[in-house]
Design a protein around this ligand. Structure first.
Ligand code: PRP
Length: 185
């Protein structure tokens, strides 16, 4: 059954099918990157936004991986980054000598990625690879980018497929542009 587009969504930017197509290509890129790895890379989901992308991406990958999770938050219920991402839940696995694959939903200002890169590289990872579903380069405040991004987008307020506004819309199967009226109340 076709699900109707949520009434708060102005337009669908990427359908579930378009997302899955790009996820598959990202998984192939990662399989190539890790083809000579002797130990399984440690795939890290940056919660909560990356959870849908993380699950779909790892299911498409043929490389055996291990999983870990980290929660970091800089937006809270606001639409503006605090500029000071806060670690809410840390990893459970040590990173010494590991190939770490960090999976993000979006790189926006870049503050979150800088914080994670500095923190995780400092723990002795052998390699550090960042895959992002979305990249918004026009919003960047610090000079950093993912090794691979599925989509590069303009500065529009998007939700769905893991991305939220005030913790809502994360389970929409598509990525959609949120109506201005929703966050300008
Ligand atoms: C979002 C997103 C990234 C980060 C990117 O997380 O998931 O982790 O912001 O923004 P930045 O490049 O400006 O730092 P958020 O803090 O909203 O938490 P969430 O993943 O739980 O939604």
């Amino acid at each position: 059954m076709q699900r109707e587009v949520h009434p708060d969504i102005e337009r669908v930017m990427y359908t579930a099918e378009q997302i899955q197509g790009r996820v598959k290509i990202a998984a192939e890129w990662l399989d190539e990157r890790y083809k000579n790895c002797k130990e399984p890379p440690l795939a890290v989901s940056v919660l909560k936004g990356s959870v849908m992308f993380f699950c779909d991406l790892l299911r498409e990958m043929k490389t055996p991986v291990q999983l870990d999770f980290m929660t970091i938050s800089s937006y809270g219920n606001s639409s503006e980054s605090s500029g000071m991402p806060r670690i809410v839940m840390d990893l459970s696995a040590p990173l010494e000598g590991r190939d770490v694959l960090l999976v993000e939903d979006i790189i926006d200002t870049g503050y979150t990625l800088v914080k994670l890169r500095d923190l995780l590289k400092g723990r002795g990872a052998k390699s550090f690879t960042v895959v992002a579903l979305l990249d918004k380069p026009s919003r960047r405040k610090v000079d950093i980018k993912a090794d691979y991004s599925c989509f590069t987008i303009e500065n529009e307020f998007i939700v769905g497929y893991g991305l939220d506004y005030a913790q809502q819309y994360r389970n929409l199967p598509y990525i959609g542009v949120l109506k201005h009226s929703v966050y300008e109340k």
